[in-house]
Design a protein around this ligand. Structure first.
Ligand SMILES: Cc1cc2nc3c(=O)[nH]c(=O)nc-3n(C[C@H](O)[C@H](O)[C@H](O)COP(=O)(O)OP(=O)(O)OC[C@H]3O[C@@H](n4cnc5c(N)ncnc54)[C@H](O)[C@@H]3O)c2cc1C
Length: 549
């Protein structure tokens, strides 16, 4: 396809960039997407692919209980009473525009699916709800033709599941119904693959479904093309300098530039400088190096929330590779302890809350451990820990220990045996009574979402009494950064005087989150990336039509 003329440049091909480009094209601009990797899709394609959109059309169609007012109450509580006018208007812009963004995609042929029972991440905060999370329906990669070959993780051969199945597949051994569901899912995948389909779920379905619209709109995408500079003329951003195949080129963008290039999770120097982290355990893609963030600050962009991340406790598999500790933390038969063998939090709370708590309790500097018993590892299925080969790899790296007794396990981990024994004995008492008197684990609807409903008396509290005992190193990992360039409610990048830098927009993990330091519910990061990509495009289209942005 010949590239044709363009007037709006979108840097990055994840959720923020693809949605921004689609909205730009719908609103009369001619976008060009540039992507530095030789594959498109970003961290978005590797993700669970869910979006948190309160009061979305599917909820309304399906008669779910939600109101714009309750969502607003929830978000305002989360960003805090001290939030300034700009932060509040960003949160409000998200709430108003996220359902519109989703509707725009529906108009373009995107097929949504809703998980009806996912609770918000702070169920005790007024206005919290259930079932605000949406995702792409299963997608057959063949629909993208040649473009499928260059999708990130195109080669993965995984059953296309929806997010509601994450928990139930983990618990497949616990009931015949769940086992049947797992078998059906695996068989369905085999049949579809045998029929020549490329069944995609989660982040790959999302990225592919967005790319199908990009293709239909004939929006050009240049891979292996890296933003290296912004062109600033007469105080306005009017284009970019890119590098591709060792060559530099200037590309004009009279309608503006949208920085949708992810955050700086993989830039260790920036993480040290802005977050004071000596070591980080991120799950973001290797390209998440903060290029756009650094280039924009170089032309005067202000920054916000740069010390924060979308935190995610992670099991360490190799020095370079982590696995998400999601259901693991809530299922009965496990706890997390510090280097002294003490529990210090409700392990089953959201990953944002527990990841932060881990940092606050020193997990960035010392080894914290997930303690599990033999029954836990037999009863539940985990991506990493259930595979013998991965367990052996972890053991060889010293990230997984096994022992016949808790004191022996403690010695393997370098923990005081009496201290760990006392912690486990105390927790076992809570499991027997069904009440965690120390941290309230298993009390909230969120804790129970990832737990085992068949386990009594508390779905999240299980005695740790079945040898052999296991301990896995658990780190305060992340899904990416959630602060970056300072933006307004139209995704315009602001300068040091809080004035928009004309022609420059930012959305996604390289810009300040509209949720301040919170993670309201499943899919909040992608929903915000997509929504502010959408708003950036509307603003740029308004500006280029001489309408107020
Ligand atoms: C395992 C995992 C599961 C997750 N699950 C979910 C979930 O279900 N829901 C949710 O909301 N969040 C989830 N997240 C977080 C979510 O994936 C990210 O926050 C989100 O995808 C970020 O989107 P983005 O558009 O900002 O960036 P990305 O999707 O990372 O896209 C940015 C793109 O910009 C490109 N780029 C970078 N620098 C340049 C440059 N100089 N020039 C050109 N291109 C450049 C990158 O290569 C990349 O392709 C998950 C994360 C992980 C790791």
């Amino acid at each position: 396809m010949s590239e044709g003329a363009f007037d709006f440049i979108v840097v990055g091909s994840g959720a923020a960039g693809l949605v921004g480009a689609i909205a730009a094209s719908r609103n009369g601009l001619r976008p060009l997407i540039i992507e530095k990797a030789d594959v498109w899709g970003g961290t978005t394609a590797t993700s669970g692919g869910v979006l948190w959109i309160p009061c979305n059309d599917l909820m309304i169609e399906q008669g779910a209980q939600d109101t714009a007012e309750s969502a607003r109450t929830y978000l305002h509580n989360l960003i805090g009473a001290g939030a300034d006018e700009r932060a509040t208007s960003k949160a409000d812009a998200f709430l108003e525009s996220a359902p519109q963004m989703a509707r725009m995609l529906t108009d373009e042929g995107f097929r949504w699916f809703r998980t009806t029972d996912h609770p918000d991440y702070y169920p005790d905060v007024p206005g919290s709800g259930v079932g605000r999370t949406m995702e792409s329906a299963r997608f057959d990669g063949r629909r993208l033709g040649e473009r499928f070959r260059t999708m990130r993780l195109a080669e993965l051969d995984l059953p296309a599941i929806n997010s509601g199945q994450f928990g139930s597949l983990t618990r497949a051994w616990t009931s015949p119904g769940l086992l049947l569901d797992a078998a059906r899912t695996a068989a369905g995948h085999k049949v579809r693959t045998w029929l020549g389909q490329k069944p995609l779920g989660n982040g790959r379905a999302l990225a592919a479904a967005l790319m199908e619209i990009v293709l239909a709109r004939k929006i050009p995408v240049r891979l292996s093309t890296r933003l290296v500079d912004l062109i600033v003329e007469h105080g306005q951003v009017s284009g970019v300098v890119v590098e591709s195949g060792g060559r530099r080129e200037r590309l004009e963008a009279p309608a503006g530039v949208l920085l949708a290039a992810g955050g700086f999770a993989r830039n260790t120097a920036l993480r040290k400088q802005l977050q004071d982290r000596d070591q980080v355990w991120t799950n973001a893609i290797p390209e998440d190096e903060g290029d756009a963030f650094q280039i924009a600050t170089g032309v005067g962009a202000a920054t916000e929330l740069t010390d924060d991340c979308w935190w995610m406790p992670s099991i360490q598999v190799t020095p370079e590779q982590n696995g998400l500790a999601l259901g693991l933390r809530a299922l009965p038969g496990s706890i997390i302890v510090n280097a002294k063998g003490q529990r210090y939090m409700n392990e089953a709370r959201s990953y944002m809350t527990t990841g932060k708590a881990m940092y606050d309790h020193g997990a960035g500097d010392e080894r914290h451990w997930m303690i599990m018993d033999g029954k836990f590892l037999k009863r539940y299925i985990f991506a990493e820990l259930s595979q013998k080969a991965i367990r052996q790899q972890m053991m060889a790296n010293g990230y997984l220990k096994q022992a016949p007794t808790i004191p022996d396990l403690a010695r393997e981990c370098g923990i005081d045996p009496a201290a760990l024994d006392a912690t486990v004995t105390r927790f076992n008492g809570f499991a027997a009574s069904g009440k965690d008197s120390d941290f309230g684990r298993g009390d909230s609807v969120y804790d129970r979402y990832w737990a085992d409903p068949g386990h009594r008396p508390n779905a999240s509290l299980g005695e740790i009494v079945h040898p052999p005992y296991w301990a896995a190193v658990v780190r305060p990992g992340d899904l990416g950064t959630n602060g970056g360039l300072k933006t307004d409610q139209n995704a315009r990048v602001l300068d040091g005087n809080d004035q928009p830098i004309v022609g420059l927009y930012a959305a996604g993990n390289g810009s300040g989150s509209p949720f301040a330091r919170s993670y309201p519910g499943a899919g909040a990061t992608i929903a915000s990336a997509a929504t502010f990509g959408y708003l950036a495009a509307l603003s740029a289209a308004g500006r280029s039509n001489n309408r107020p942005a």
